[in-house]
Structure formats: structure tokens, C-alpha cells
Design a protein around this ligand. Structure first.
Ligand code: URA
Ligand code: CA
Length: 434
């Protein structure tokens, strides 16, 4: 097989066979096919697309390029959730204990974050003593016993995707739906889940800015999952503004605790109940979505979800007393209120810019090497559609710096007030099951 022939084939819009795709992925991973030929191929894919079969083949070739996590010793149907990323997205912290409380096994491999706020592991480090450096065996035991555990990224998962993603990044070929869909799905499949619930974000703060693109990406991922034997569905949810109120690590843990108590922000609660219902249903712990949702509601009301969070934290060395006393988590030295300069209605809260403001305070990493300040961040006091009076607080800023002028300026630029009444955005834009 010659790489040049495969580039030509794709350039002319023809379908590559399973063997041809495997040849490319293996050759690129082992270095026998150079960057320039793979760049030409990804650009041809960008313009000509990929068939459903090619997408599934590419995904599985990337899965097989490295280690795969074996969760077969965990009882029950393992369901994973993946979000395409947003600002202040606290869903994982809520969903883990919530769905575990109704018996769904959650075996989560998680990473650190880059950008706005930390990843799930960073956030959990706001809980004193909590650690994810556990052996595989202990991880599996914990999931069997408690239905939930989190382990740090280990092993050599999807090396082909890592190399390909880095190449796409510098060759203007990231924005290709078949390539994005295969990239995301390869990582989920290598992580071992039997079923996958995808939260595809849409709007200004999301990777996909338009509803059409988000829907197309969701469909592409759902088809890949189902074609390779993992039951997969997607929810398309709003990211035109940050989710919930809190953006920042300890602040988001606190928000997750509130939500598990039934006292969380409306949008975060609703999204968690929607995603959670699908997880419970796919795990066959309920025979309908209504029954699943009822079970989750009950777990919040009767305190079992909150109890599950305590068990989860203490099983991995964490101080579970923070659940009843969140002020034991790292606290910022200073707080400031961002006061509204005029009366009106909140028209826009540009999610990614507000995320950047949190990063300036130290809540996120600008580069892989930066350290995170777990205490700092933002708590929105208003969301799109809310009425506001001049002088009222729009945002509380939690900072360890005495001067937050730059942060305030950024927030004023990106929280827009209108004199006209504005409707709150729709939270769930659709669900895709096949
Ligand atoms: N996220 C991924 O993991 N892969 C892509 O290709 C794009 C976003
Ligand atoms: Ca939040």
C-alpha cells in the first residue's frame, strides 16, 4: 500500500477501506508515514468528508493504536458521560454521585483542565486529602463497593489521536466534523465504557457555535458509538452563557454540593437530571426515562445522593466534612462585587470571555505548566433574562489579588445589559438517539 495513492483516493472523494485506514493510523503512530502526507490526507478529509463506515474505522483504528481500559471486572453496565466542554460546567461533579446513588457504576478516568477552570481532578483537589493516584485493582474494588471512583489518566490511551490532533491543530484541519467525532469517540471507547451519554454544547462559549453544527457533530458521534457496539446518545445543551453560577474550582465543588442537596442553580440541576436520566436508562436501572428521572429526584430529596458524595470523597482520602461545611475548602482572601452601571435586563454573558476572566484570577491554566488557585473564581448573580437595577451585583469576584481592575473591565465588556426585556435561552436544544 502506498500513502500517496490513499491521499489521491480521498482527494477524489472515494471511500477508503478498513485496511487502508488502519494502514494510515498505524503508519502515522509508528512514524513510518510522515507528517506532510498525513497533513495532505486530513486536508482532503476536511474537503471531502468521510462516510459513516470510514468514521467508525478511523475511530477503532485510533482505539487500537494504544492501551484500552478493561472494566469487565466491574458489575453492571458502565455508562460514561462526555461533555464537549464549556464554562463553569459542574455537571460531572454532580452526576457522578447522583447516578451512582441509584446504582449505576461510575468508573471515571479524568484529567486536569486547560483553560477556563480546572478539570474534574483539579476541582476535587479542593477537597483536602482527596487523591486519584490509586492502583487499577483498588479502583475496580471501589467501583464495585461504592458504585463510584475516579482514577487519574494512566497508560498510553489513543496515541494516534494525540499525534493526529496536534497535527490538525497546526494545519487548519481541527474543524472537520468526521475528525472531531472520531477523535472524541476514540478516547471514550478506549476508556472502556459500555454506553456513552454525550453532552454536546452549543453557543458562544462552545466549540460548536451554531445549532446546526452542534447537531451534526452529535449525530456523527452517536452513529460512531452505535456502529462500534456502544450504546450512545447525545443531548445538545446551551452554552451561550456559563452553566450554573459558579466558575472556579472550590466554588464549583460548593455548587455541586448545593445541587446534590436540591438547592442548586436551575439550569445546572435540569441538565444533570436530563443527562442523568439517560445514563440510568442506558445502564438499565430504569425501564423508562420518566422512571429514571423519578429515581434521581428521589435520591436528591432523601439525601442518598449527598451521602454518596461523602462516601466517594472519603474512600479516596478526602475530607468529607467539607460537604456539610464547604468553608473548609480553600477560601479567597478578598471578594468584590461587580455593580451594574444601569437598569435593564441581562442580554448577554459571553461564556468564554467570562471563563477567561476566571483564568486571570488563577482559576484555570493558561499553559500546561501553570498552577491553579483552587479558591478563586466568579459567582454570577444574574443570568440572561434577569432584571437588574443600577448598583446591584452582577458577579461576585473571589480573588487572592487585591487589585482586580483587569477582571472587572473584562466582565463589564462581556456582560451586556439591554433596556428591552430579554427571554432566558433554551437550555436543552435536542436529544439525538440514532
Ligand atoms: N476535542 C477532541 O478531543 N478532539 C477534537 O478533534 C476536537 C475537540
Ligand atoms: Ca457552574
Amino acid at each position: 500500500m502506498r500513502m500517496v495513492d490513499l491521499i489521491e483516493k480521498k482527494r477524489d472523494g472515494l471511500e477508503l477501506s478498513t485496511e487502508e485506514i488502519t494502514f494510515v493510523v498505524n503508519g502515522y503512530t509508528d512514524g513510518s508515514i510522515p507528517d506532510y502526507q498525513v497533513s495532505a490526507l486530513t486536508m482532503a478529509i476536511y474537503f471531502k468528508g468521510m462516510t459513516e463506515k470510514e468514521r467508525a474505522d478511523l475511530t477503532m483504528a485510533m482505539v487500537e493504536s494504544g492501551d484500552q481500559i478493561d472494566l469487565s471486572k466491574i458489575e453492571g453496565i458502565k455508562v460514561d458521560k462526555h461533555s464537549t466542554g464549556g464554562v463553569g460546567d459542574t455537571t460531572t461533579l454532580v452526576l457522578g454521585p447522583l447516578v451512582a446513588a441509584v446504582g449505576v457504576p461510575i468508573a471515571k478516568m479524568s484529567g486536569r483542565g486547560l483553560g477556563h477552570t480546572g478539570g474534574t481532578i483539579d476541582k476535587l483537589e479542593a477537597v483536602k486529602g482527596f487523591h486519584v493516584e490509586i492502583e487499577n485493582e483498588e479502583f475496580i474494588e471501589l467501583v464495585n463497593k461504592n458504585k463510584i471512583a475516579v482514577i487519574g489518566q494512566s497508560g498510553n490511551l489513543t496515541p494516534a489521536d494525540k499525534k493526529l490532533y496536534a497535527l490538525r491543530d497546526v494545519t487548519a484541519t481541527v474543524d472537520s466534523i468526521p475528525l472531531i467525532a472520531s477523535s472524541i469517540m476514540s478516547k471514550k471507547i478506549a476508556a472502556g465504557a459500555d454506553a456513552i451519554v454525550l453532552d454536546v454544547k452549543t453557543g458562544a462559549g462552545a466549540f460548536m457555535k451554531t445549532l446546526d453544527d452542534s447537531r451534526e457533530l452529535a449525530k456523527a458521534m452517536v452513529r460512531i458509538g452505535n456502529n462500534v457496539g456502544r450504546r450512545t446518545m447525545a443531548v445538545i445543551s446551551d452554552m451561550s452563557q456559563p452553566l450554573g453560577y459558579a466558575i472556579g474550582n472550590a466554588l464549583e465543588v460548593k455548587e455541586a454540593i448545593d445541587t446534590l442537596k436540591g438547592e442548586g442553580p436551575e439550569d445546572l440541576t435540569e441538565l444533570c437530571l436530563t443527562l442523568g436520566s439517560h445514563m440510568v436508562y442506558l445502564a438499565e436501572k430504569a425501564s423508562s426515562l420518566e422512571e429514571a428521572r423519578h429515581k434521581l429526584d428521589t435520591a436528591i430529596k432523601d439525601g442518598t445522593a449527598l451521602e454518596k458524595l461523602k462516601v466517594f470523597l472519603s474512600s479516596q482520602g478526602g475530607d468529607a466534612s467539607i460537604v456539610d461545611n464547604p468553608s473548609k475548602m480553600p477560601q479567597a482572601k478578598y471578594t468584590f462585587e461587580l455593580e451594574a452601571k444601569e437598569d435593564g435586563y441581562i442580554a448577554e454573558i459571553v461564556a468564554d470571555e467570562v471563563g477567561t476572566a476566571a483564568m486571570i484570577l488563577g482559576a484555570g491554566r493558561a499553559t500546561k505548566e501553570s498552577t491553579i488557585d483552587l479558591a478563586v473564581g466568579l459567582v454570577l448573580r444574574k443570568k440572561i433574562g434577569d432584571q437588574v437595577k443600577q448598583g446591584e451585583s452582577l458577579v461576585t469576584i473571589y480573588s487572592n489579588f487585591e487589585n482586580v481592575d483587569e477582571v472587572k473591565e473584562k466582565l463589564y465588556e462581556n456582560i451586556k445589559i439591554s433596556s428591552q426585556k430579554i427571554d432566558a435561552p433554551i437550555l436543552i436544544h435536542g436529544e439525538i438517539t440514532e
